[in-house]
Design a protein. Structure first.
Length: 252
C-alpha cells in the first residue's frame, strides 16, 4: 500500500477521539472559508461544494458551515487566511508535503521548521519534493455496511464508466483514484448507485514509494503525527511505505 493510503488508513483508525474531531472541525472551517473566497455559490465553486459535503459528512452543525461561508465571502468579519505548502524530508529520505492555512506566514515557517527538526526531518526548499507527487481524486468506499453487498467487480464497472483511473482494495475499503477533472463525476456515479462513500478528497499522491523499517518507520510515523497535530496544518502527504506487520507492531 502506498504512502498516501497507508497514512490515510492510520489516521482513520486513530481519529475517533474528541481532540481529533475538534482539530477536524477547525480544518474544515478553514477549508470552507478559503474556498468561499472564490464565491459562495456551490454550483460554480466545486471546491466549496466538496468542503461543505465533507463537513456535513463529519456532522458539523449547519450554522458553523454557514458562518464559515459568510466569513469567506466577506459577509461576516473574519481572520484573513493564507495557503502555504511546505516541503521536506523525513527519516530514510521520505518525501513530505504539508499543506498549511495560516494567518501568520512567518510564524508558520518557523514552527514547521521546528517540527521537522525535532522529529528527525529536514524542511526543504520550495519544489524540492513536490515533483514527486500528483494531485488526484481519492474516494474511499467501505466494503462493509453497504445497503447491498458490494463486490470489487461491481464497483470497478461503475467507476470506469464514469472515468476513474484506478481501483485498489484492502480488507476494509475500496480506494478509487481519479483525475481532478473526473473526481465529481466518479463520486456522483458511486453515490447515485446508493453506495456509501466514507471519504472523498483531492490529494497529493506519490508517484513512487520509499520502504521504511525499524526505528526509521517509528520515527516517520512520529513526524507525520507531529505535523498533523499542528493547528495550522490542513493536510500531510508522504511517499513512505511500511509493511503491514511492522505497522501493527509499532501501533502495539
Amino acid at each position: 500500500m502506498s504512502g498516501h493510503s497507508k497514512w490515510a488508513t492510520i489516521k482513520r483508525k486513530k481519529g475517533a477521539t474528541d481532540a481529533a474531531r475538534g482539530r477536524l472541525f477547525t480544518r474544515l472551517i478553514k477549508e470552507i472559508t478559503i474556498a468561499a473566497k472564490s464565491g459562495g455559490n456551490t454550483d460554480g465553486n466545486p471546491r466549496l461544494r466538496l468542503a461543505i459535503q465533507t463537513a456535513k459528512a463529519s456532522n458539523m452543525p449547519a450554522d458553523n458551515i454557514k458562518r464559515a461561508i459568510q466569513k469567506g465571502t466577506g459577509e461576516l468579519p473574519g481572520v484573513s487566511y493564507e495557503e502555504v505548502t511546505f516541503e521536506g524530508y523525513g527519516p530514510a529520505g521520505v518525501a513530505i508535503l504539508v499543506e498549511v492555512v495560516t494567518d501568520n506566514n512567518n510564524r508558520a515557517v518557523s514552527e514547521m521548521r521546528h517540527v521537522f527538526s525535532r522529529n528527525n526531518g529536514n524542511m526543504g526548499q520550495s519544489g524540492s519534493v513536490a515533483w514527486m507527487f500528483t494531485r488526484k481524486g481519492h474516494i474511499v468506499v467501505p466494503r462493509h455496511g453497504q445497503s447491498v453487498p458490494l463486490s470489487e467487480d461491481d464497483l470497478l464497472g461503475i467507476i470506469l464508466d464514469a472515468g476513474a483511473d484506478d481501483l485498489q482494495s484492502d480488507e476494509e475499503t475500496f480506494n478509487v483514484t481519479t483525475s481532478p477533472h473526473e473526481f465529481d463525476a466518479v463520486k456522483k456515479a458511486i453515490e447515485d448507485k446508493g453506495i456509501k462513500v466514507e471519504s472523498a478528497a483531492l490529494q497529493m499522491i506519490p508517484q513512487n514509494t520509499v520502504k521504511v523499517t525499524g526505528k526509521e518507520a517509528e520515527q516517520t510515523l512520529k513526524l507525520m503525527e507531529a505535523l498533523e497535530e499542528h493547528e495550522d496544518v490542513q493536510n500531510v502527504y508522504s511517499n513512505f511505505d511500511i509493511d503491514e506487520k511492522e505497522l501493527a507492531s509499532i501501533n502495539g
